[in-house]
Structure formats: C-alpha cells, structure tokens
Ligand binder design. Sequence first.
Ligand code: IMP
Ligand code: MG
Length: 176
Amino acid sequence: MKQLLSESELHGGVDRVAAEISSKYGNNPITVVAIMTGSLIMLADLIRRLNMPVRVSLIRASSYRGGTTSGQLTIKEDMMLDVSDRDVLVVDDIFDTGKTLQAVVGCVQAMNPRTVATCVLLHKEGRQLVDMKPDFAAFQIPDEFVVGYGLDYQDLYRNLPFLAVLEESDIAAVHH
Ligand code: IMP
Ligand code: MG
C-alpha cells in the first residue's frame, strides 16, 4: 500500500476546511449531515474544530457494492434529524463521479432546509459526472482508488490513520 496523505497532512486539511466553514457560518448554528460510513473519521475530526452550535445527523448512502467500481445507489434516511429551516452542511469522504453527493443533496433539499452546502475530504480529479461540485474540499487527489481515514475497500481499511492508494497485492490479500 502506498501512502498518499499522512495523518498530519490529513489533520492539516481538516483544519483548513474547518476554518473555511467557520468563516462562512460565523456563530450561526449548523446541522452537519454526514454520509455514512466513509465520512465517519472526517466527521469526528471536523466537528471538534467547529465552534458554532453543531447538530450531527447521519444519512446512509452506498454505491460501492464490494469492488472499486460504482454500483446501484441506495439512500437511507432513518438516522436523519429534522432539518427543516436549518442550515445544512452535507459531509462526505470523497467526491468521485459526484452522483452520491448530488443524490444526497437532492434528498436533503426535499426536507426543506434553509440552506444546503457540501464538504468533502477528497476531490478526485477528472471523474465528475454531475453538474455540481463540493463547496469545501480539503484535498484534490489523482484518479486512484484510495483507502484509510474512513475510506474502505470491501469494508476494510477504514481504520488506517493515513490515506493510501490500494495496490493489486492489497486487493489479492482481502479474503471474505
Ligand atoms: P461518487 O458517487 O462516484 O462520487 O462516489 C462517492 C462514494 O464512492 C464515496 O462516498 C465513497 O464511499 C466511494 N468511493 C469513491 N471513490 C473511492 C475510493 O477511491 N476509495 C474508496 N471509496 C471510494
Ligand atoms: Mg461512502
């Protein structure tokens, strides 16, 4: 596995977006809607760097059916707070084709929030298939499949404290 971003580089990136988010919202309360499960680590680090009143809501989206290619997208809202009339910040791990973030934003819009903005840890270059981009992104990365800091391959590697590019040998090493 080849390290792409170290633990301290990741923390630096989260510091930067937290500062941008703070300057956009000031002391206005926000509701962070985190897309499970990939955004979990980013969520925990990000919200501890925000000083305005923060509510945390979860939404589930899954598009990767095991492998490294995109499958059917499923969204589950059973863990959502009421966001009507709230300023919502949707947080995800990575903006790849953008279909997940676009679908989740559409879903949140239907709940009548006051505003919706989006924040991702990673923005993968040259892969976008939708007509939107995240309002906040900590890092631009090349078009490679990455794991760690919340991101998985077949539900593994989320616990790595750094971000790594998955290599052929790592794929071969995953047993069911
Ligand atoms: P999108 O809908 O194509 O933008 O894909 C976004 C979702 O796919 C993210 O929430 C991730 O869960 C997953 N994903 C995309 N690229 C990667 C990757 O390189 N590693 C791990 N997961 C990824
Ligand atoms: Mg995900």
